[in-house]
Design a binder for this molecule. Structure first.
Ligand SMILES: [Zn+2]
Length: 368
């Protein structure tokens, strides 16, 4: 049985097949109207995300299935201190597949290890949100007809934006992708993300602080929100905030077939004056989310009886006394979970928490 926690658990061939299925679902909706008849999706949302929850609900209902669940932790037994493992054991008895959102990073992995049905990560803290990335890829494929040979501009908060990190990870596996990273100095792409996905000739990239200067070469422009609280000095925020707001003026030198994306919700980073521009694809992107989630639900349900051969291949190691220091990690609230690590780069001594991918610095020697 297979779950989906991280977008990289899907090969590019599988992503291409999901996109083909989603396209077919749009073209021939009647062929899928009963595809999940009698099946139940459990939506376990330990933090509210109305947009994502409605997208999953709509996806399952369009497939003829049913949905049950909760939309915030306060209305679940988590508020009484029930562990994630116990919650999913219970919900596995009532549903055929689970979509889970949790504020703690790694919680969906814990769920997948204890559920007897497939688990889809619907967002865990600042960590992963694979169905958002699938939505992004599906939208790019629909608009451009390809996922290769593209110049992709990523603009805004590249330091904390998980959607940006996942999109880079997913797209750097396609041929001839060039990334243009557009952000203030304070919010540049972190070094580890750059090293893991862009380093050593994996994909070419350039960095700039100037959105307008980068505009003419872009095929895709992915906008993200810049949050005021990310800046140490309010003056820096005031100085920078307007330079990353997309306006018709800034689009003057853009390609006529540019595709503008945004994971939504937006606050003010794209002016509403851009909405009527045919290059604005972000509302269509939200609509696409339903179809790619339908394709994913169908795939995981149809592969339910098959063994999972796609788990991360890196072997787990034990590190004497090491504890994950990430305050957003699920191990900080569920203290009965064992501390588990994997070695990412033995040469440079890079170890990461299995749950949240947070880096750990072992004091003692590792044991095999
Ligand atoms: Zn952790």
């Amino acid at each position: 049985m297979r779950s989906l926690i991280d977008i990289l658990e899907l090969s590019t061939e599988e992503i291409d097949a999901l996109i083909d299925t989603a396209q077919d679902m749009i073209a021939r909706p009647e062929a899928y109207a009963d595809a999940c008849r009698g099946k139940i999706l459990g939506t376990l949302f330990f933090e509210p995300s109305t947009r994502t929850r409605l997208s999953f609900t709509s996806a399952m209902m369009t497939l003829g299935g049913n949905v049950l669940g909760f939309s915030e932790a306060a209305s679940s037994s988590a508020s009484k201190g029930e562990s994630v493992a116990d919650t999913v054991r219970m919900v596995s008895a009532y549903s055929d597949i689970i979509a889970m959102r949790h504020p703690k990073e790694g919680a969906p992995l814990v769920a997948a290890e204890h559920a007897t049905v497939p688990v889809i990560n619907a967002g865990d803290g600042g960590h992963f949100h694979p169905t958002q990335t699938l939505t992004d890829l599906f939208t790019i494929k629909r608009k451009k007809g390809r996922l290769e040979h593209l110049t992709v501009g990523l603009c805004g908060d590249l330091k904390f934006g998980r959607t940006v990190h996942s999109l880079i990870a997913a797209m750097s596996r396609y041929a001839d992708i060039r990334f243009v990273l557009i952000s203030p100095e304070e919010l540049k792409l972190p070094g580890y993300t750059r090293h893991e996905y862009l380093g050593e000739g994996k994909s070419s990239f350039s960095e700039t602080t100037d959105l307008e200067a980068a505009m003419p070469e872009l095929d895709i422009l992915y906008m993200t929100r810049i949050q005021q609280e990310r800046f140490a000095f309010h003056d820096d925020y005031l100085r920078l905030k307007d330079s990353y707001i997309l306006t018709p003026e800034k689009l003057k030198n853009a390609k006529p077939d540019l595709c503008i994306l945004h994971p939504l919700p937006r606050v003010n980073e794209i002016s509403v004056a851009v909405d009527d521009d045919p290059r604005a694809c972000y509302f269509e992107q939200a609509a696409n989310g339903r179809y790619i989630r339908m394709a994913l639900i169908l795939k995981l349900l149809s592969e339910k009886d098959m063994p999972d051969q796609n788990k991360k291949s890196q072997k787990e190691i034990s590190l004497d006394g090491a504890v994950c220091q990430n305050p957003r990690c699920i191990t900080t609230t569920e203290q009965e979970l064992p501390q588990r690590f994997r070695c990412v780069d033995r040469e440079h001594g890079v170890y990461r928490c299995v749950y949240c991918d947070g880096r750990v610095y072992p004091k003692a020697n590792e044991k095999a």
